[in-house]
Design a protein around this ligand. Structure first.
Ligand code: PBG
Ligand code: ZN
Length: 321
């Protein structure tokens, strides 16, 4: 008789045969950065806030000491406009924060930045709108300039989340022209449209004021569409391929990993995190354990790294070491 339980008998034996692990190096902590000083809570993302430059650096310092070496910065601009000019302002919250972080932490810290227009446009779409339509190529040109501003400030990894066509190639060309051949691009290769991003849109104040994002984000009924786009992103010059949301797409994490040889990232998005927090508040689940099980499943599916709002507390509470 085969007795599989022999290998489950003690914690030490279980650890001996464990196939997947979750370490601080796998985690990427998102930040919502603003020029205004201080910390303002985001009700829909418990424990996460919008932070001024000083507060961001102070928090990163604590995180780094615990082994959290990567951050993903989202900008909260002072003003929004139809032309999204704040997105490529060299004195915007994101470039200023990048400079401050790089001055203080150098290459001990990996600074990743979101490259998208939705918090900078007054209508909340991820691209420019002409005659009610989200236009592609004009948006891409602007996104490429935004990426250059972030690179100039010192960003290590540019992470375009906009879902326009051809943006990776355009960004790569502009970065190279400006001498930033060594900065990486983490492309949102598969990003499904839908309800999973609700709490994030409250945090970033980036809900579309009309319509929805289905003309640029993907249809969750599809898988081949995303795999094809991911492979195209690689050809255009992407260094890392990201998928989101994470748990609804474990199949695609696995398939994208099989289909390419690039590092794979998954974004454990806002509602994946916040719905655990809400259920925990009601006493229905053990939130820490559930979040751990989310993250380990994402790793097991094949993600090399995970963007997650749970990163900091995982290290602070010690459920990731
Ligand atoms: C938009 C963007 C979104 C997220 C990151 N960048 C979602 C959206 O509004 O479409 C979502 C992340 C999350 O839910 O945590 N460019
Ligand atoms: Zn966007």
């Amino acid at each position: 008789m085969i007795r599989s339980r022999r290998m489950r008998r003690t914690q030490a034996i279980r650890d001996l045969v464990a196939e997947t692990d979750l370490r601080p190096r796998h985690l990427i902590q998102p930040y919502f950065v603003q020029k205004a000083k201080g910390f303002s809570e985001i009700a829909a993302l418990p424990g996460i806030g919008r932070t001024g430059i000083h507060e961001t650096c102070a928090q990163v310092e604590k995180d780094l000491k615990k082994g959290l070496r990567s951050v993903l910065l989202f900008g909260i601009p002072d003003e929004k406009a139809p032309d999204a000019h704040g997105a490529h302002d060299p004195d915007g919250a994101v470039p200023l924060t990048i400079k401050a972080l790089k001055t203080q932490f150098g290459d001990d810290l990996i600074v990743m930045t979101d490259v998208c227009l939705c918090s900078y446009t007054d209508h909340g779409h991820c691209g420019l709108v002409h005659d009610g339509e989200v236009v592609n190529d004009a948006s891409v040109a602007l996104l490429a300039e935004m990426a250059v501003r972030h690179a100039e400030a010192g960003a290590d990894v540019l992470a375009p989340s906009d879902m326009m066509d051809g943006r990776i190639a355009a960004m790569r060309v502009r970065l190279d022209e400006e001498g930033f051949q060594n900065r990486a691009i983490m492309s949102y290769a598969i990003k499904h449209a839908g309800a999973y991003y609700g709490p994030f849109r409250e945090a970033a104040d980036s809900s579309p004021k009309f319509g929805d994002r289905r003309s640029y984000q993907m249809d969750p009924r599809n898988s081949r569409e995303g795999l094809r786009d991911g492979l195209m992103d690689l050809e255009e010059g992407a260094d890392i391929l990201l998928l989101k949301p994470a748990l609804p797409n474990l199949d695609l994490i696995w398939r994208l990993r099989e289909a390419s040889l690039a590092p794979i990232a998954a974004y454990h998005v806002s509602s994946e995190f916040s719905s655990v927090k809400a259920a925990e508040e009601r006493g229905w689940v053990n939130g820490d354990q559930l979040l751990y099980e989310h993250l380990i499943a994402i790793r097991r599916a094949g993600a090399d790294m995970i963007v997650t709002y749970a990163g900091r507390e995982a290290l602070e509470k010690g459920w990731v070491q």
